[in-house]
Each structure stands twice: as structure tokens, then as C-alpha cells.
Design a protein around this ligand. Sequence first.
Ligand SMILES: Cc1cc2nc3c(=O)[nH]c(=O)nc-3n(C[C@H](O)[C@H](O)[C@H](O)COP(=O)(O)OP(=O)(O)OC[C@H]3O[C@@H](n4cnc5c(N)ncnc54)[C@H](O)[C@@H]3O)c2cc1C
Length: 492
Amino acid sequence: MNPILSATQSTYAGVCLSIGCLRRTVVPMIDLGAIDVLVLGAGNAGLSAALVARQHGKRVVVLEAAPKHMRGGNSRHTRNCRCMHAEPTAILTESYPEDEYFADLMRVTGGETNEELARLVIRQSVHCPEFMGRYGVRFQPSLSGTLQLSRTNAFYLGGGKALVNEFSAAAERAGIAIVYDAVVDGIVLDGDCFKSVAATIAGVPASVSAKVLVAASGGFEANFGWLEEAWGPIAGNFLCRGTPYNTGKVLKSLLACGVQRIGDPTQCHAVAIDARAPKFDGGIVTRLDCVSLGIVVNKHAHRFYDEGEDFWPKRYAIWGRLVAQQPDQIGYSVIDAKAIGAFMPSVFPAFRADTIGELATQVGLPADALAATVSAFNDAVRPGRFDHTILDDCGTEGLAPNKTHWARRIDTPPFFAYPLRPGITFTYLGVGVDATARILMADGLPSQNMFAAGEIMAGNVLGKGYLAGTGMTIGSVFGRLAGEGAGRHGRH
Ligand SMILES: Cc1cc2nc3c(=O)[nH]c(=O)nc-3n(C[C@H](O)[C@H](O)[C@H](O)COP(=O)(O)OP(=O)(O)OC[C@H]3O[C@@H](n4cnc5c(N)ncnc54)[C@H](O)[C@@H]3O)c2cc1C
């Protein structure tokens, strides 16, 4: 039987002594056959790497923590990736040149990026649609929507779920074994050389060794203990927008084993989502895009930031952090009837009332304070021509903070409110890599046989801030590079 295909029919075969940074323990070894390339995580990054490594004739096994029905990590929640292109295509309008892409990235990261790796991602992003298409992913014709991304972002037909399904089917066809319900608990290194992983497969402890490792197991956004270490107790009020399986076990183990650490544990992509969303996996439908159409107040009914600072696609990713800094990590987006129809509503119905006072009572805000805030805001609105598609001249004067664009009086009933919580998408603390996706050791030298792709190394490019669609692009580009590196490993 093909040892790769037999991987899901695991049998115990012997013992393995863990070395390196794990305690010396005797654990059963699951017989997955001789593995050339062991990929951790079956999201966009891991599956991209697995598919490319397999093309080099390697025996590839993917260990995935989730059961099959929950597969796909955060990638299954996605809709698009950001791609450089020189001219209009069937799926992207106009052009999006390298320098503009890089300037956009510099603006959101405030320069906290590795320019060599960032430019590599940007240049290689031109190939993402073709690469994904090779494995069955289809794209929508260019479209417009609340995020106005038709020029820069290619949208998958059927979203990230369809992408993951196509990649997984392609992997299975290619003879790659994806082992579900396989949680990697720790990495075993000998110096800078990967030896094996300690895993729990279908509830049974196991050790799996391979010649090459590709770490593609996401960030630690689902690990609230670790988030609290970074953010303090306020992290308990965050919601995780994606998979509960990205707990950062692999990341933590690699860092403990002397791999280079990149980024700040508090840096992440976090948006303001409907506070009624579930703790995990609420996905895209819990996001709220009405912030720039009204005002946002905290639990004392005070405004705290310029809701009209810039176009929503350029600002939506700062609102998670802004709400996180408010008392009890809660905010409320307040709009009036004029805003309805101008944004994608959340899956939860808005609170609705005919007066601001009634609205305040419904959501539990101090009614007098909210009425005073709305009244002060209305008085400060200066005449202008409202146009949500440009940085219009509708601003306020004399408020702290002012609303610089799209400020219209909140005066037309019914009034609506959505409660907001910080919704963490993914964390940026990661492992250092070079331009071949090879993991670097703490001394800056490349490891012998370890590669990384996706969220686990995204912090090399995203020191802070976020540019919509770059998560999948980083995963795709570094997934391919990791697959190439792993596929060529051992060849001279
Ligand atoms: C709601 C939402 C919407 C998003 N929309 C977009 C978008 O439109 N465009 C975009 O570019 N980005 C988007 N992102 C971000 C994007 O999802 C990530 O950047 C991208 O999916 C990361 O890919 P990945 O393969 O690194 O991680 P993932 O897809 O999360 O895959 C990691 C995998 O590793 C597995 N894993 C974790 N720990 C272990 C372990 N210890 N052992 C074994 N397996 C493990 C997980 O189960 C998971 O399947 C969105 C994220 C969310 C949550």
C-alpha cells in the first residue's frame, strides 16, 4: 500500500525518544510511512506548500488539528487576496503596480515591515490567481462592494471555503495525506535541525518524524490565555473571528526551541464586530461596516475617535484595537435612517428606536449622556455635500475628536445601534524567515530543514496595521516558496 495514502489508517509502530527542547518521554509512533515533508496546518498556506512539495515528488503528510468537517482554518472564512497587476484582467480592474501596493503597505504598517520580504510578496502576488486556479479555485468577475476592492483584490467564487475544498481535493488526488484531528503539541529539534513533532492524533499521543518541516499552523488568536499574557485581562472580552484551532502551540514550541522571534504579541488584525457574535468562528457576517456612516460611543456614551478619518477599507482594521482600549471593551455604532442601505449589515438585527433616548435604554447606555453626545455632534456638523465614495467635505468643527468626513446630523428616525467588541482575526507574533521561506534561528542563520508560511510568519511583512487581502497573499506566496524549498531539500 502507498505509505502516504495509508496515513489516515494509522497504526502504532514502535517508540520514539524525544530530544531537543521536549522532555524525554516515550510515546507511540504513528506509522505514516517515511515522510519527506511534514506540513503543519491545512489552511491556504499549508495546502499550497504541500501541493508544491508534492510536485517535486516528495512524500508529503499534513497534520491538521481540526476534524475534517471543521477544516480550513481561518482560510475558509476569507473572500479574497490582494494582487499586483499591470493591466485589467477578467477578475481585477485597471492596474495595481508594485510601488502603489508597497506604498499602501507602508502606510498601514507605518514602515514596520521587512522591505525585501514585502516586495517579494507583492511581486509574487501577480501569480496568486493562476496558482490557485491550477488547483481548481475559481474567481468572481471584478465586483464593487462596501470595501471597494475591485481593482486590488481578487475574490474567490464560493469564498475561502470553496478554495479550501478545492485545495484539499487536489491534495488528495496528488497522494498527499491530510491527517485530521492531529494536534501538534511540540516540535523536536536537534540544534537547528528539525527531527519530529509530538502530536495527539485522534486523542492518542504520537511522535511523527520527517526530513523537512513546513510550519503553517496560524497564529495564536484562539488562545485566550496567551492573548491575556500579551494584553492583560481585557483580552477576555475579545472575540475570535476565526477558527478555535489556531492556538499557537507550534509557534510557541518553535520560539522555545531557539527560532527567531518576529513581532509584538499585541500586534494583530482586529476589527470591530457585532458584540453578539460567538466567541469563535463568527466569520465575516459579524463584521460591522457602518462606523463611518454615524458615530461610535463607549459605554459612557462618549465618542472616542474620528469615525470618518479615511475610507473604510483603509480604516476598518483599526477599530478592533480602538474598542479594545475603551472601558469594558465595548462600543456602540449609532446611525439614523439615512445610513440604512449604505452598508452591509451584520447578521444580527440592529437595535432600533424612534428616539435617541429609547435607543440608549435598549442597549443599556446612559440616555442623557447619549442624547448630549448626539446633540453636540449634530450642532458641530458643518454644511457639505455628502458623498461616501470620496473623502467628502462633510465634517464637524469644534468637537474632540472631530469627524472629518461623512458627518451628517443624526436626526432622522428610526435610530439604530449595533454593539461592538474587538474581533481578533489573526496575530502577528511569528517566526523569522528568509526570502526562501526558510525559518531563521535566533542568531539570524537559516535552519537546516524548516520552512514557514502564512499567519505564523506574517509578522515579517505586517509589523502592525493591515491591508485587506494580504493575509491570503502572504500565505499563498510563502506557501509556494516553502513548498519549493521543501521540495528541493536534499537535492544538490
Ligand atoms: C473572518 C475572517 C475573514 C478573513 N478574510 C480575509 C480575506 O478576505 N482575505 C485575506 O487575505 N485574509 C482574510 N483573513 C485572514 C486569513 O484568514 C489568514 O491570513 C489566512 O487564512 C492565513 O492562512 P494560514 O494557512 O496561515 O492559516 P489558517 O488558514 O488559519 O490555517 C492554519 C491551520 O493550522 C491548523 N493548526 C493550528 N494549530 C495546529 C496544531 N497545533 N497542530 C496542527 N494543526 C494546527 C489550524 O487548524 C488551521 O487549519 C480573514 C480571517 C478571518 C478570521
